[in-house]
Design a protein around this ligand. Structure first.
Ligand SMILES: [Zn+2]
Ligand SMILES: [Zn+2]
Length: 198
């Protein structure tokens, strides 16, 4: 049966397994594994809803998909996820429950993302009657480019390195240069300083 035809008949958006997994930010294999072990009678943490159609293709309604996302207890530990075909290293924000890049979190161990924290701060300032104009969130000047492996390119040495190889910069960004380049520059500066003192 045609998905579009069914959607028009039922008047709801339908999700295939792939689309369902995509909505969760999972791989299709991950969802499929849970669903099939559940069918075989295995105990799963959160039961995947029964598909509304289970012919050639499994189909779920938008409501089921959204409810399942709410029901699954999110994993707050940092992990790699595939988003828009790119591997992204990040964590789930406890406030908005969105999966965010690690440097979009408001701190190394903060449970909230930068957007949520600044929104919370804005709310507080508004309640206190403070003007918000000077607290406007900084616009993103540099867009950090990640390669498909989720690595970041250093501005100076142009090498793609692990996120851990970069220092935190102006929140929520990482510094554009890797730790090695920063250290090298610092050494250079100190050497110059020493020369001029002599
Ligand atoms: Zn958030
Ligand atoms: Zn570098």
């Amino acid at each position: 049966m045609d998905k579009t035809y069914l959607e028009n008949q039922m008047g709801v958006k339908l999700y295939t397994m792939t689309e369902f997994a995509e909505y969760l930010g999972w791989t299709q294999q991950r969802l499929s594994k849970i669903y099939h072990s559940q069918i075989k009678g295995a105990k799963v943490r959160t039961k995947v809803p029964d598909p509304v159609f289970s012919g050639l293709r499994l189909l779920w309604t938008e409501g089921q998909v959204k409810q399942y996302k709410k029901d699954i207890r999110p994993n707050y530990k940092p992990e790699w996820r595939k988003i828009d075909g790119k591997q992204v290293y990040g964590r789930v924000c406890r406030m908005c429950t969105d999966f965010k890049r690690i440097e979009d979190m408001s701190g190394k161990n903060s449970p909230y993302c930068y957007t949520c924290i600044s929104r919370k701060g804005g709310e507080k300032r508004r309640l206190l009657g403070e003007t918000t104009s000077k607290f406007k969130p900084r616009s993103r000047v540099h867009v950090r480019k990640y390669n498909p492996q989720g690595k970041l390119q250093c501005r100076t040495c142009k090498i793609f390195k692990d996120v851990a190889e970069f220092r935190a910069g102006t929140s929520p960004q990482l510094r554009p240069d890797c730790k090695d380049c920063l250290n090298a520059r610092r050494r250079e500066r100190y050497a110059k300083k020493g020369d001029s003192n002599e």
